[in-house]
Design a protein. Structure first.
Ligand code: CTP
Length: 408
């Protein structure tokens, strides 16, 4: 969102305190944010909080000469990439329906030519009221976008629909509206996390993958308008909203889930760290140390190499296949050679190669640095967050998908 100019309109509801976190999230994503508040919003949160966090003057009074000179009640909407209103109260939405412009938020919306996103929050009965529902329909018919409200425990102590969506979710909806929708109409199957190969009912052989890279890829595809099936090994991460999550444990389960879903995929990205071996025997009850002696032996057998299977079995050139090569070498030339070998051996279109031996990248880290290797050459992606790496991979994949056109 670097360079995006966002107007955050704050309505007068108790959820206004959450718009402070939304502001922080938007600023963190690189946006320049101007805050406009209704009079009633100021009862809930002080404008100084928004001013400090946005680094910009806050628009609170239509008739303050200084503010009008600094911001201008019409100019606040000029040049805005998007207006997001959080919380959008029942009253505020009713005023938007009527086309009123009697406060900094409604006047910004009336003068806007950019997309407007509303995050409603109110009591469940106010939300369900026919007047509010009709207002929502009218605003949606005028092209405004909505995120939430969510179900849950409300500030008024009722339980039901009316909670402001979480700030991270609203920020994601903003990012989605501002992103190129180059994955619209595309379905991407992504594997994530590590697998667990059982030894007995309580023990397993596993690896250090957390799923961060695969989940970042899933989030990035959704942001760019695509559909995602995410086949995930055990992970503590929350699946991004809008993805179809298939949870698995073992390499065999992951293989079945991917084979079942591959038909509808335009591209498959194997970000998972799949076990290459599993114990030949899985004990049905807990193994006891006195029965195992001092140096027990575990006999292993190969698992199916899912990516190689996908490469060998694909008909024509669909779906596009992206593999990862997690290597423990810091020598870029050696890394490239290993990646090229995997590209050929597993018959895929792209290998994302990275060095997992450095502590600032790879497994469990929030960052990575990768080489994108295809038959046409390679491209270095410097150390960046896994979200940024995900978008770099998708940029590359998007070009390949565009060149191929729609899947028959
Ligand atoms: N992979 C897979 N099925 C397996 C093992 C790996 O689909 N049983 C996929 C991974 O998801 C990744 C790619 O293959 O996209 C490379 O995995 P990696 O572990 O780096 O390589 P291996 O093929 O296992 O080879 P090696 O262990 O010799 O490095």
């Amino acid at each position: 969102m670097a360079g995006a100019k966002i107007v955050l309109g704050v309505g007068g509801g108790i959820a206004a305190y959450k718009s402070v976190e939304l502001l922080r999230g938007l600023v963190k994503l690189g946006a320049e944010v101007r805050v406009a508040m209704t009079q009633s919003a100021r009862h809930f949160v002080g404008e100084l909080t928004f001013q400090t966090l946005s680094g910009q003057p806050v628009f609170t009074d239509m008739f303050d000469n200084q503010q009008d000179a600094d911001i201008g009640h019409i100019r606040v909407a000029d040049g805005a990439s998007l207006i997001v209103i959080a919380p959008a109260t029942a009253n505020l939405m009713a005023r938007l329906v009527a086309g009123m412009a009697n406060d900094p938020v409604t006047s910004a919306v009336l003068a806007a030519t950019c997309p407007v996103l509303l995050a409603p929050a109110m009591n469940v009965n106010m939300w369900n009221n026919e007047a509010t529902q009709r207002n929502v329909e009218t605003l949606a018919a005028r092209g405004m976008y909505f995120v939430g409200p969510d179900q849950g425990f409300l500030a008024c102590k009722w339980i039901g629909q009316g909670r402001l969506s979480e700030p991270a979710e609203i920020a994601e909806a903003v990012a989605q509206l501002l992103s190129a929708q180059d994955y619209a109409g595309r379905h991407v199957l992504i594997s994530a996390g590590g697998t667990e190969e059982a030894l007995d009912p309580v023990r397993f052989l596993g690896n250090r993958s957390t799923g961060k890279m695969g989940y970042a890829l899933a989030r990035a595809v959704v942001r760019r308008g695509g559909r995602v099936t995410l086949v995930s090994g055990p992970s503590t991460l929350e699946a991004p909203k809008g993805v179809q999550l298939v949870s698995v444990r073992s390499a065999a389960q992951m293989c079945d889930a991917i084979v079942n879903a591959r038909q509808k995929a335009d591209a498959i990205i194997m970000a998972a760290a799949v076990a290459d071996f599993r114990p030949v025997q899985v004990a049905t009850s807990k193994l006891k140390k006195h029965e195992l002696g001092n140096s027990p032996t575990i006999v292993l057998e190969r698992t199916v190499d899912i990516l190689a299977k996908l490469g060998a079995e694909r008909e024509g050139s669909w779906p596009l296949l992206v593999g990862f090569a997690a290597e423990t070498t810091s020598d870029p030339t050696a890394l490239l050679a290993l990646a090229r070998k995997k590209l050929l051996a597993k018959k895929c279109d792209l290998i994302v190669a990275n060095d997992v031996s450095a502590s600032d990248r790879g497994f469990a880290s929030d960052q990575n640095a990768v080489q994108l290797v295809s038959s046409e050459g390679h491209e270095d992606v410097a150390l960046a967050s896994k979200d940024e790496i995900a978008h770099a991979i998708l940029d590359r994949l998007s070009r390949e998908l565009q060149a191929k056109g729609p899947r028959a």
